[in-house]
Design a protein around this ligand. Structure first.
Ligand code: ZN
Length: 230
C-alpha cells in the first residue's frame, strides 16, 4: 500500500475541486458505488486494517480509473476518498495517493474486458494462497457456486485460480500479472501469495459477484480441510 515507484511517477494530489469534465458524472457514480461495496466487504472481514483496493474504468480512451486512495479504513469509505488516475497511475482528480497496487488494476483492465477490479485481503485467500503456492494455483471444480462466475454454466467447470508470488516491486509484479492474464485466458481472478484476491468483471456488479463467489469457495476449501492436505 505504498506509492508506485519506478517507471510510474505519481504526481502530488491537486488541491481544490477540479472543474467539471466529461468524466465527472461517471466518476461520481463509480465512487459512490465503490464506497458502498467497500463498506460491505469490510463488514464481511475481507478488507480489514486499510487493506484492499477497488476501481472502475470510467473511460477507455483515454484510460481513466476511479480508484481508492491508499491507507483508508474501508469500513468508513466515502465517495470523496476516491481518485481518478490515468494510464500511468498519475492522479488527475481528487486528493490523496493511489495504492502502489494501482499498477495491478491498470495491468488487469488493459488485458481483460474488465470494467471493474476488486481486491480483497481475506483470511481465506491468505491461508490458501500460502498452502497452495507450490502448486502454482488452486483448482475449483464441482461446486454449484461456480455458476456465479461469468460465462460458467455448469458446476463441472474447472476454475483455475493462479497464485503469483507477492513482491514489493509492483512494476515487476504488474508484468507478471500481464503474463498470467495472457497465458491463462478465461480466468476470473488470481491470488497473490499470502496476500489476497484480485478479481474483475465487465461491470462493477459482476466484479462484486465474483468476489462473493471466489471468497465463498475459498472459505469452503479451508473449512473442508483443503489447506491442511495441500
Ligand atoms: Zn493488497
Amino acid at each position: 500500500m505504498k506509492t508506485p515507484k519506478g517507471r510510474s511517477k505519481v504526481i502530488p494530489a491537486r488541491r481544490g475541486a477540479r472543474p467539471e469534465t466529461e468524466n465527472s458524472g461517471s466518476f461520481s457514480k463509480a465512487a459512490e458505488s465503490l464506497a458502498e461495496i467497500g463498506r460491505g466487504f469490510y463488514a464481511r472481514g475481507w478488507v480489514l486494517g486499510t487493506s484492499g483496493n477497488f476501481s472502475v474504468v470510467i473511460s477507455r480512451k483515454p484510460l481513466r480509473l476511479a480508484i481508492t486512495s491508499t491507507g483508508l479504513d474501508k469500513g468508513a469509505l466515502s465517495a470523496k476518498q476516491f481518485l481518478e488516475i490515468d494510464e500511468t497511475a498519475n492522479v488527475v482528480r481528487g486528493e490523496g495517493r493511489p495504492s502502489a497496487e494501482a499498477l495491478l488494476h491498470l495491468a488487469i483492465v488493459r488485458n481483460v474486458e474488465g470494467g471493474a477490479v476488486l481486491h480483497t485481503h481475506s483470511v481465506w485467500s491468505t491461508v490458501l494462497s500460502g498452502t497452495h503456492a507450490r502448486h502454482g494455483g488452486i483448482a475449483l471444480e464441482g461446486y454449484e457456486m461456480l455458476k456465479g462466475l461469468a460465462a460458467v454454466e455448469t458446476h463441472k467447470h474447472r476454475e483455475w485460480l493462479p497464485i503469483l508470488e507477492n513482491s514489493r516491486d509492483v512494476v515487476e509484479l504488474a508484468d507478471r500479472v500481464t503474463s498470467t492474464l495472457r497465458e491463462t485466458p478465461g480466468i476470473h481472478g488470481f491470488l497473490l501469495q499470502a496476500h489476497g484476491l484480485y478479481t474483475w468483471g465487465e461491470s462493477l456488479a459482476e466484479a462484486k459477484r465474483h468476489v462473493e463467489i471466489l471468497e465463498f469457495l475459498m472459505e469452503v476449501l479451508v473449512r473442508s480441510g483443503a489447506a491442511q492436505s495441500a
